[in-house]
Structure formats: structure tokens, C-alpha cells
Design a binder for this molecule. Sequence first.
Ligand code: NAP
Length: 287
Amino acid sequence: METRIIDGNALARKLRESLKTRTTQLTAGGNTPGLAVIIVGENPASKIYVRNKVKACAEVGIHSEHIELPEATSEADLLAHIARLNADPRIHGILVQLPLPKHISTDAVLNAIDPKKDADGFHPMNVGLLATGNPRFAPCTPAGVMAMLEDEGINPWGMNAVVVGASNIVGKPAALLLLQKGATVTICNSKTRDLASHTRAADIVVVATGKVNLVTADMVKEGAVVIDVGMNRNAEGKLCGDADYQGMLGKVSHITPVPGGVGPMTITMLLANTVLSAERVAKTQSR
Ligand code: NAP
């Protein structure tokens, strides 16, 4: 079977073009979308992510505010920044880069973000809305996964979908979005007995564990769709996912590469959530 490689960079470019059009319209109406990104501490990987987010905003015409705080910032100081951004009408999306230093409660911080500006979709109210089938903001990485399936014309309705990984950021919301699209969903975690017995039954396998080569070609059925969210370094220091990409070529119908698969979609969906939030504000103003 010929395997189709899903090009996340190409889809991200296409979606960003349409976001640019929406941003131009919003700006013409005096509602330029705005995203604030807060980073606390010196984590080099987080700094790169934040820089990429700010750059991507500029490319599609989103105003961005980048707040870098020292590692020793108190929780109260961080909450004060969030309160200011919650009240700032130029800001439609607020993202606090995780992980936070240990002395700051992630829950307290996520709970403090105005749910209407929660472009990451991690506020408990937005998690609840997602779980009950009315997402206000779908978390960015799982939203990127769904956008890739849609663009490929893959309708999960009635399919068996297995999500390997159950984090709040990726696995759980991906499973909820697939369920809402009519898939029969199984979520696996590190305690799952006989992972292969689940993945072999899947029409769609989404892998998000951070474990190199966890899902190999013998663990998926012929013609399955494999979406690899993992972002790892292999023994040679090269970027790779959680699935055996080379081994699956010729067996699966679709696969996402790493890099160039889900990665570029995550930032794009963050931009999309920010634009959506600004459109909601513009709509209330026009009433
Ligand atoms: P995480 O919070 O560490 O969660 C990992 C999940 O995988 C957990 O639910 C864990 O199970 C499960 N797991 C670990 N080993 C397993 C095994 N042997 N079999 C089955 N399940 C197993 O990670 P995350 O934040 O979801 O991220 C997962 C991966 O995606 C990482 O490589 C990360 O870098 C990548 N990622 C990429 C993007 C992107 O934009 N491409 C965005 C976010 C994350 P337990 O619940 O039992 O611990």
C-alpha cells in the first residue's frame, strides 16, 4: 500500500493564509487580535517555543505581547500579570508557557486566566465545555490533529480510534475530540496491558507519549492512519516521534512525520483560537 505522508507544514501554511484574511478583516473593524505569552524562568526549550509563537503571530497580523519573568517570580506577581491581561481589551488570548517553576501552582495560574481568553483551552471551565461537547477553545495540539484528519478527508465517524497517552494537554482532549466526531475511542496509558492488542484494532492511532519507537509497524493494522504527536531525540540526537515511521511506510494509509507533522499545526491552532476569540468580541460589539 502506498502511504500518504501528511505534510503538517503545508497544511499550517494554508490555514495561516486564511487566518491572515480573518485578521485583516478584524483589524479593519478595530479589533486586531492580540495574544499574550508569559514565560517564567530560563527553560531553553520553552524560550524557543515562545519565540516561535511570537514570530507566527507577526506573520498573520496578530498583535503579540511577550512577557518574560525571572525564575524567582512569585505566584502573586504572575497572577497580577494575568489579571492585567484579563482586563486588557487588546488581548484576546493568554498563554502561560508550561512547565512553571515548582514554587508556582500550575492549577492556580490556569484557573486565573479569563476562560474567554484561554487560547490554550486548559482552564477547567473550558475542559468541561470540551468534555460536554461544546468546546469553546479546543487545546491546540489535539485541534491540530483533528484539522489534519479533516484536511485528508478522514472522517472518524464509526472508526476505532486508539489514543496512546492520556495527558491533559494531548491524549485526553484528543480522545474527546475523536469521540465527538463519532469514533469509538480507547485511551491507553503506561499501565495498559498488551498495548499492541489495542493498537492493532485501530483504524486511527494517535500516539502522544514521548517514548521513542513505542508503536512499531507490527502493532498497527494494514491501512491504519497514524498520527504521531511525540517529539523526541533518538540515540543519534535526531528529532523523532513515538512511532516507527520508516517501518510503517508501505503498511499504513497515512502517517505524520516528525518533524514536519503535528508540530507546525500546534502553533497554527493557537493562532486560530486567538483569532476566534477576537471574532467573538467583535460580534458582541456589533450587536
Ligand atoms: P506526558 O504528559 O508525559 O504524558 C505522556 C502520556 O503517555 C501519559 O499518559 C503516560 O501514561 C503515557 N505513556 C507513557 N509511556 C507509555 C507506554 N509505554 N505505553 C502507553 N502509554 C504510555 O506527555 P505529553 O505532554 O502528552 O506529550 C507527549 C509527547 O508529545 C511528548 O513527546 C511531547 O514532546 C509531545 N508533544 C508534542 C506537541 C507538538 O506540538 N507536536 C505538543 C505537545 C506534546 P500515564 O498516564 O500512565 O503516565
